[in-house]
Ligand binder design. Sequence first.
Ligand code: ADP
Length: 407
Amino acid sequence: MRGTRVLVLNSGSSSVKYQLLDMTDGSRPAVGLVERIGERTSLLRHSPADGPPREREEPVADHETALKAVAEELAHDGLGLDSPELAAIGHRVVHGGRRFTEPTVIDDAVVDEIERLVPVAPLHNPANLAGIRTARALAPHLPQVAVFDTAFHATMPEYAARYAVDTAVADEHRVRRYGFHGTSHAYVSRKAAELLGREPSETNVIVLHLGNGASASAVARGRCVDTSMGLTPLEGLVMGTRSGDIDPAVVFHLTRVAGMSVDEIDILLNKRSGLLGLCGDNDMRDVLRRMESGPDAEAARLAFDIYVHRLRKYIGAYYAVLGRVDVVAFTAGVGENAAAVREAAVTGLEGLGLAVDPERNAARGGGPRLVSPPTARVAVAVVPTDEELEIATQTYALVADRPVDET
Ligand code: ADP
């Protein structure tokens, strides 16, 4: 008998986040993270459901050392990688290219293929691969599944996925819109339909995933038909430190006029732009607080207005893409918590049937909830995302029926 638990690993460039989920009841026997991998001191924070959280501060040179420490902590609670309850490990992988459009059981060929995608995801796929390689070495007896951030967007029609650039160049270098945050868009669009008491296959949703990174998607009857992030997670909405959409000629201009190198412009647009570049703060909480008063309220207000203006443009664009919208769903740190952003994003869109009810919008609550007035033509909802649960669900669905000796 296979177990009923899935360990979800999210290996980033300098961190590993993990959650152990029990698929029988959705409980989480343990969660934790290792931060500052590769720095002088790293921090491992492990929180078992049955006891107090524990912290370890020690040098963690790489992902291999990090995962070994995670395995030790899990074993300490009787939840080790050899525990019979553990059915599989699910890995978040950022870029699946065109090859991976579904969650995939990992074997050597899959590892090679993810490696081949490193040129289109140089910041993300190497860390994801390091996590996969170590986990396979530590737990060779367990099936391991890759769940791709790009996969949900694979259903985009070709006219939405292609940029209008020379086809030969685009094809040779795999230049097209892939989209990211797909696990979140999949989960939230489904939950938003559930909230309305409808089948996802009968519901059109605009999902606004507003975290540090931010992306919008248009989901028609359960399938993604457009999304705002592109070849990389730089395109689209204004984000904490990323510019989102700009005229690509800005890059030529800065090269020619400011003498900046491609790497400098890469850092400028990915790390020093967005809210941070506009007003010096990348955290929406700080922007909202500074807007209230003080000497630099004006810069914070302008940053907020630019952020919201872009958001509204995408809502309008995806309304047009979908033709009929049933629900606009806000999610992730900003989308779930910043009532002011939700309100500003739909203000003026009453003609499209969109509005928020001030009281509902201001209320704080744990689960999915409507924030539009009861009579609204289009529902506006807050739907907390849960990427770990979605990765665990997809992983478990793939391995639960496999005979144990096949893995
Ligand atoms: P990530 O993209 O790293 O997963 P999250 O989805 O957790 O991030 O979102 C993080 C962002 O959410 C923070 O940078 C912050 O701007 C925003 N945020 C969190 N709580 C609030 C809040 N109460 N009000 C406004 N913004 C918030």
